[in-house]
Design a protein around this ligand. Structure first.
Ligand code: HMN
Length: 292
């Protein structure tokens, strides 16, 4: 069994010039992140523009990542969907394809009740043999997990942890204190050090695609018992993340990757292309913090 702790890149989806998924560049990114010291991959999450992809693209992306990873690092497949049936189908595919674990955002849009959302997770866990990481992202999903909700999910032995994309560090600390056996991954890269200080076991992030050396610095310095140097790395990372957030996270991460030789041709519509000002600011970020 692979280690759940550590840094897991929420992979972007590179496209070809005509807007098809670019599996060649995706594999190149996987290979490069392994060389840079990533601990795992979070495949088909928000960062992958997953709800703008077809079902067969979502499956194809997972298969391509598993092939390039070749058993080396942890591979977590995001299987979330509005429909339980579809999420179970993705989870069964992930298991058959060889992923190590699944994760799922709560079903959204229809404002499902807490009970319905609990049942969704229990049915995904019952439907495949893989460990589950609940994806808690209240800002976008509209549902914030609670401890009673977690208690019900714990009735399944497949509940492995939470991807915690929220700035409520008090809640993160309480969950981890009461559930030391659950793995908690920090979701906002700009708060990685805060999450680690509150007890997170690692993180999943979009900016790990392009800022891994800085993020690694935060994690390794914190683990080595040197919070001051960890904070120095977090500050440098945040100089970049501030610009990334200002101009659209996914398009910005992809532009930074393009500067370093991985082409991805922007994001799918309705995401708009980067503005010329965004591009100029990102070029400066690249030259200041990332160019070697
Ligand atoms: C995913 O599902 O793709 C990621 O795990 C999401 C991840 O938590 C990112 N959240 C969003 O993109 C909304 C963060 O890395 C985020 O992009 C970063 O902290 C900048 O705000």
């Amino acid at each position: 069994k692979k280690e759940y702790a550590g840094l897991h890149a929420a992979l972007v989806t590179p496209y070809t010039e005509t807007g098809e998924v670019n599996y060649r560049e995706l594999k190149k990114l996987v290979r490069r992140l392994i060389a840079e010291g990533i601990d795992g991959f979070y495949v088909g999450g928000s960062t992958a523009e997953t709800f703008l992809l077809t079902e067969s693209e979502r499956k194809g992306i997972l298969e391509a990542v598993l092939e390039e990873n070749n058993g080396e690092k942890l591979v977590v497949s995001h299987v979330g969907a509005i429909s339980t049936r579809q999420a179970v189908d993705f989870a069964q595919h992930a298991e058959a394809a060889g992923a190590d674990a699944v994760s799922a955002i709560s079903p959204f849009y229809y404002k499902f009740t807490q009970r319905e959302i609990e049942d969704y997770y229990l049915e995904i866990m019952a439907g495949s043999g893989l460990p589950m990481f609940v994806y808690n992202f209240p800002n976008l999903s509209g549902f914030a997990l609670t401890e009673p909700f977690l208690e019900r999910l714990k009735s399944s032995s497949r509940l492995a942890g939470i991807k915690f994309t929220s700035s409520d560090m008090f809640q993160l600390e309480r969950i981890k204190a009461r559930n030391p056996g659950l793995t908690v991954w920090n979701g906002f890269d700009e708060m990685l050090l805060s999450g680690l200080a509150a007890g997170a076991d690692g993180g999943v992030g979009s900016t790990y695609n392009c800022l891994l050396p800085l993020v690694r610095g935060v994690y390794d310095r914190f683990r080595a018992g040197d919070p001051a140097r960890a904070l120095a790395f977090q500050r440098r990372a945040n100089e970049a993340i501030e610009v990334i957030c200002r101009h659209g996270v996914f398009a910005s991460v992809k532009k930074l990757l393009e500067y370093s030789g991985i082409e991805s041709h922007g994001c799918r519509r309705p995401f708009s292309p980067l503005s010329p000002e965004g591009e100029a600011e990102l070029r400066r970020v690249y030259e200041t913090h990332l160019a070697r």
